[in-house]
Design a protein around this ligand. Structure first.
Ligand code: PMP
Length: 367
């Protein structure tokens, strides 16, 4: 069989492995930040019915501009954030990953730089690589907060064309205050006209308000969001951005025509119609997150503040061994490569009980 490196593949892809958590089967899987609640039966029925309605029209291409869906998402964001957002300010694609990729295609590229605050969502650096954009990491401080002074210096020195701010941050958990985002935005603009992208994939889980209102009057600020987490619809693949309509025009230059299937658009509309039920699960997950933080601390772990649907904890002398020990107890979590730390997604109460039992056992075994 031909290996990748035997092919005339782009030099930056040589020796690389695809992104993704190890695909392992475990009794309890809390490794990829999925919402643990299956879609409720009335929603499943409504979705099946909607597929029936649209299936006959699948000989036609979908609405290329996803107008109904963008209006639906704008309505949802307006209700959720209290900030009026119009359909012209929203763009949707197959997961927020694709939205991010389109932003890199439009605003990054060869001879351009993108800066992010690490550790964070590693796909940002990979999407940069895939679009030929140079990735500039700026390390967070020891509490995983963005060091604003260091950030100002590196922004002035590197003059990036794109800045990525993940809030709440994955995998460390905390959201960033709006004032800090504004400081970073202003510092980035002082260096050069620069797109600042706030990745708010876990926004609905945060105790802090959404950063969406900040896009008002700031044409270089973009907030990306997703239906994968709060809506529990990771399998649907719908993410979106909120920004100035000009940004939407720019990503339309790089999007593939008909990127969002008719079925995806229709099912996302049905999920939006059930947003009240689905967001009820967010409340449960937030409650469980707080419980996990308290109980892990009682066991003796150091737990990082979380505004998200997962918690990062430690310290572990050997993260690989601790990860394996938890797996031996039937619980699969994630080693994101953050020194001395592991990350567990919040599951159902029963899954969280199992995780906490395993975490307690591992802690005792390590003594
Ligand atoms: N941003 C962050 C911070 C994430 O953690 C994820 C998913 N793990 C995504 C974006 C992408 O999610 P999706 O493509 O499912 O919207």
């Amino acid at each position: 069989m031909t290996r990748i490196d035997d092919l005339p593949v782009r030099s930056e892809l040589r020796g690389q492995t695809p992104y993704g958590a190890p695909a392992l089967e475990a009794p309890i899987s809390l490794n990829v930040n999925e919402n643990p609640y299956p879609l409720p039966e009335p929603l499943v029925r409504a979705m099946a019915e909607r597929v029936r309605e649209v299936a006959g029209g699948l000989n036609r291409y979908p609405d290329r501009d996803a107008r109904e869906l963008r209006a639906g998402l704008a309505g949802y964001v307006t209700r959720a954030t209290g900030h009026p957002v119009g359909a012209r300010q929203v763009w949707a694609a197959n997961g927020s990953n694709e939205v991010l990729q389109q932003l890199f295609q439009a605003f990054g590229g060869p001879d351009r730089r993108a800066l992010g605050f690490e550790p964070s969502y590693t796909m940002h650096a990979l999407i940069a690589r895939n679009s030929g954009t140079t990735w500039v990491p700026c390390m967070r401080d020891e509490r995983f907060d963005i060091d604003l002074r260091a950030a100002r210096d590196i922004l002035a020195e590197q003059r990036p064309h794109l800045v990525l701010i993940t809030s709440p941050n994955n995998p460390t958990g905390a959201a960033i205050p709006a004032e800090a985002v504004l400081e970073l935005y202003d510092a980035a603009q002082r260096a050069r006209p620069c797109m600042v992208v706030v990745d708010e994939a876990y926004g609905e889980f945060s105790d802090r308000p959404s950063l969406v209102p900040l896009v008002e009057g700031r044409p270089h600020l973009v907030v990306t969001r997703t239906m994968s987490k709060a809506f529990g619809a990771a399998g649907l693949r719908v993410g979106y951005l909120v920004a100035d309509p000009g940004v939407v025009d720019a990503v339309q230059l790089v999007r593939l025509p008909y990127h969002l299937s008719t079925v995806t658009q229709a099912l996302a509309m049905v999920a939006l119609e059930h947003s009240d039920t689905l967001l009820g699960y967010v409340e449960r997950l937030r409650y469980e997150r707080r419980r996990i933080v308290v109980e892990l601390r009682e066991i003796g772990y150091d737990v990082d503040e979380s505004d998200a649907s997962f918690v990062q904890f430690g310290p572990f002398d050997d993260t690989r061994r601790a990860w394996q020990a938890l797996l031996d107890h039937g619980v699969l979590i994630r080693d994101n490569g953050v020194p001395r730390r592991l990350r567990a997604s919040v599951g159902t109460p029963a899954e969280n009980d199992a995780f906490l039992r395993a975490a307690r056992a591992v802690r005792h075994e390590a003594r």
